[in-house]
Structure formats: C-alpha cells, structure tokens
Design a protein around this ligand. Structure first.
Ligand SMILES: [Zn+2]
Length: 231
C-alpha cells in the first residue's frame, strides 16, 4: 500500500515538475521579449513590430502545446508502428504527394497523377481522390459524410483516432481500421505510380481490414508475451 502511494507521489511530482518547467521556459521567453520590447522602444524599434513578435511567440507556444497533445493521441495508435509513423507524417503534411514534392522543388507539377486534381495534398490523397471516395461512401455515416470531407485535415485525423464512433457506421476498432485504410490507400497510390499497377480492382478495403485484424492479433500476442517485436 505504502509503495503504491509512494509511486503515485513520485508520478505526481514528475508531472508537476514537467509542467512547471514548461511553464517556466514559456514565461522566461515572454519576460525576455518584454525586456526586448522596452529596449526596442528606447532604441526606436516600432512598438507594433515588437507587439507582433510577442503575438507570434504566443501563437507558436499555443500551437506547440496543441501538437504535443495530438502526438500523444497518435502515439497511442493501436495498429502497426509503421502506420503510426505514417499517421504522424500525414498530420504534419509531410507525405510526398505531388503538392509537397513541388514545395520541396522535386517537381513542377502539384496535380494528382491519378485524377488530375490541381493540388495533390494530404487531404486529397486520403479523402478526396476518387480512390478514397469509394471507401467513404461505404463506411461513413451519411449525415456526417460532408463533415468528414470538409473538416480541417489535422482535426479530422485526430477526431477519427480519438472518437471512433463519430464518423463510421460501425465504430468497433475504427481507429485501427481508419489508420490501416489510410496506409493501404497510400500503398495503392505508390504501386500505381511506381509499378504502373491497375487501380481497377477495389481491394483497398480488404487490405485495410486484413491489416487491422493482423495488428490486433499481434497486439494480443505481445500482451501474452509470445511475440517480442511487431513492426
Ligand atoms: Zn486524385
């Protein structure tokens, strides 16, 4: 009993210290900027410029706290680790769709190679291209389909992982199925681009469903100690 209470106290102290140190850094940055603001006014740097810097810093801090929370949700994804990393890349907008490739000066054409849409970004790859649309009409509640397609992409990813009953017709293990389907969509696109495979047969759902089942089975085996590594 005492040991359990000791662990709780240690855990509480750790959380409090982590939170305090983050707050301390945040307020130190604000303090330094306010100091700079005073010097800036004395040396003739305009007040609006300094104020903009302060607001920018504040927005960055708020954004980084929000990203930390979202990363915690993605890091708890119950599927395969490679899919978890893929979801994080999607969240960051870093998958190499043509829009991102153009931003990195790897191509001049940001359009979708499958349907010709003008901007091939994460949202297009995962939910707007016709390959993805054929899945959504089968799996998402009709009354929320519009919301599913138009919601801001990061919010959409997190909501699907965090509230598995919100969008799908059947919410059981939706978080794992959702991640697995996105992974299979990405694989299918890559196979089409790099291996000139046909898009005709719609096997993405079967691929995602099988991956979900295997992920959950592997997870159970790991819990029982029969499988050390899944990747
Ligand atoms: Zn497309």
């Amino acid at each position: 009993m005492m040991r359990g209470r000791g662990n709780s106290v240690h855990c509480g102290c750790f959380v409090l210290l982590s939170y305090s140190s983050r707050c301390l850094i945040f307020w130190c940055e604000i303090w330094l900027l306010l100091e700079e603001l005073g010097d800036g006014i004395a040396s003739g740097i305009s007040f609006p410029t300094q104020l903009c810097s302060l607001l920018l810093l504040l927005s960055r801090q708020i954004s980084s706290v929000s990203q930390c929370k979202d990363w915690e949700i993605i890091s708890q994804f119950r599927g395969l680790p490679r899919v978890r990393i893929f979801l994080w890349l999607c969240y960051r907008g870093s998958i190499l769709a043509n829009g991102e490739r153009q931003r990195r000066h790897l191509t001049e054409d940001p359009s979708c190679i499958i349907c010709g849409a003008v901007n091939d970004d994460v949202s297009h790859v995962l939910r707007e291209c016709f390959v993805a649309r054929s899945l959504e009409s089968r799996l998402v509640k009709t009354e929320r389909l519009d919301d599913f397609l138009r919601m801001e992409c990061r919010k959409w990813l997190i909501l699907n992982l965090q509230q598995p009953n919100y969008f799908p017709v059947h919410g059981i293990d939706w978080d794992v199925l959702f991640g697995s389907l996105l992974w299979c969509l990405w694989l299918k696109r890559n196979t089409f681009v790099f291996e000139s495979a046909e898009l005709g047969s719609d096997n993405t759902f079967q691929c995602g469903y099988r991956l979900m089942e295997e992920s959950l089975r592997a997870r159970q085996l790991v819990r029982r100690g029969r499988l050390a590594i899944i990747s």
